[in-house]
Design a protein around this ligand. Sequence first.
Ligand SMILES: Nc1ncnc2c1ncn2[C@@H]1O[C@H](COP(=O)(O)OP(=O)(O)OP(=O)(O)O)[C@@H](O)[C@H]1O
Length: 679
Amino acid sequence: MERNREYCKVPEEELTAAEQELNEVEAQLLNLSDRKRQLLDRIGQLKDEILLKKNHLLTSRDWSSTDFPWSKKVKEVLNLVFKLNEFRPLQHETINAAMSNEDVILIMPTGGGKSLCYQLPALLKCGVALVVSPLVSLMEDQLMALKALDVPAAMLTATSTKEEVKSIQDAMLNKNGKLKLLYVTPEKLAKSKSFMTKVQKMYGLGRLSLIAIDEVHCCSQWGHDFRPDYKFLGILKGMFPDVPILGLTATSTSRITVDVQKMLCIQGCLVLRASFNRPNLYYEVRTKASSQEECLQAVEDLLKTRYCSQSGIIYTTSIKDCEQLMHGLRNRKLRVGCYHANLEAPLRSKVHAKWLSGEYQAVVATIAFGLGIDKPDVRFVIHYSLSKSMENFYQESGRAGRDNKRAECILMYRLSDVFRISSMVFTQQTGLQNLYRIVEYCLDASRCRRAIIASHFDEAWDSQDCNAMCDHCCKPKERKEMVVTSFCQALYKLISNAAAVDTKLTAQKLLDAWYGKGAANLRDISIPVPKFSRETGEVILAHLLVTGYLQEDFHFTPYSTISYLKRGPKAAAAMSDKHNIIMHISGKSVPLLSSEESHKTERKIPLTSNNKSLAPYQKIETLNETMTKSVSLKTTRVPKVEVLDQRIASDDDIQVCGAEKRRSSWKRKVIVLDTDSDD
Ligand SMILES: Nc1ncnc2c1ncn2[C@@H]1O[C@H](COP(=O)(O)OP(=O)(O)OP(=O)(O)O)[C@@H](O)[C@H]1O
């Protein structure tokens, strides 16, 4: 080609030659970019294969073995330093993996004993373990506990004094230093260059023993608690390649776990997942009354009867709710305190202390009362309103029953709460998605509550595992299907009618119009008023919302954010003749266990005053006779799934969140769909 160019004196000839050459180059480029794509694909495949192979090797090793060189020492430190007799599930495995310098992600329910998994190896390894923790209060709790055990630990935060910083940094680099654990916030790592330089020096001296990252799900944007500073932790593996990273979390779906591995550059690492099942926790959802007074009454009744002289937590959504509920309960002579972020730290500590000592029966709290709460005998957690996500609910309710004795988690559900929370979370990337999952948990009228929790956390579930420890398994109901397509179409029509007069409808206004109430110009006489209660109407509306047939439409006013309803992304399907929108409802109780027996069953479950070492996620195998009976009851298959014809369906036999309604005049048209259906 070069030669061509040299001899081409005439510009026309040179142009032809250049164009020819360009064509050839383009053809080569195409070939090369094809090849590049092929190579990239292959590299991706090979990397996946290597990770899979590595992961296979890791998972096939017996991490619970007691034949590791450090095994004897591990047992000694467990007994002598931590004063514990034996490991809880997965603790030993995690410790062995960390001692082998493997990266690990440990997913273990709240209270499962994650801290020991990095504290113990930190004591056995040479040097200092860096513990990244999201909250100063959490670190303080940990330091207090470690001090009581005589374990040398320190923390560095934005408020540490110069002297503190200096003495800690000296200890980091001192070959003979005693410091074993150093707690830091992710912000400290991300923002303090001088501190990172010290960590690098410590690493250079071979004194960085391991990196533990608490609440590691905060790395992932898919998690409910994404913290931008956690992103920075991605550089640690590159900087300190031979230091094991131990990520710990109580809540992580598979998607979040993969994301976290990617963020931390520890793909293919060992993932240890303890069961999310907490056999000693009883889960229940109750319909919340619409009047403030009735709601208060319901909580008062619980505290004065069912939970008389027992200790618990009542979670509310806002600071205002928190204070109002506390005053309401105090006026009813209940010993409760309140805890939220607007209270000064000393006051919060005082409330916490009064609750720990039993002076307060319960703390009415916002989510500010959370991480680090380690009271073993919390017998009840009441959610006075929905949580923001299943993860939040699991974590908050998980503060009950850490002593492994029976404790109860009651969630009070009302549709209007959904919109209060949605207008707070809709700007977050997965805010609404997360909220709708917990709404589904509340709406489900028959499925085992813990089966729903397990499936949320991608955990395999055996229907026998509940042991009648949720409201649905305690009093099983038939599971039926109801076709709600025409109701959805009716709601669309009401929304369109309102739009025609330049009006937007909130859920309450939409329900008013549907039930022939509210402004006359928003009603539609061509749409029959439902024969079922408004409560059932609310459930149908909520179902249409969480399944995408309706959608929230947020508008800002100077004082608040209002959620209106509009057609959802599935509207076209809902309008099609061929499409049925099906909702599960529950029918009659399965008459195998009388309510008296079920009550007995409820009361007889765990069990564990003589079973202290039982971890929350271990199966309780010592079933008594009544429990065995309830298990066989629970596993009894519902004989049929029925489609109730929507035109004549009424409240009869429909159970909505525990509010059971029955009428003898029930007429229904039944189409048998399936004769062997279950959840
Ligand atoms: N092997 C064990 N035997 C008995 N008790 C243990 C064991 N391991 C940990 N514990 C106790 O369990 C309690 C909870 O432990 P820890 O705080 O580590 O839980 P966690 O999983 O970090 O919970 P959270 O997610 O709420 O922070 C602590 O009081 C701890 O002393």
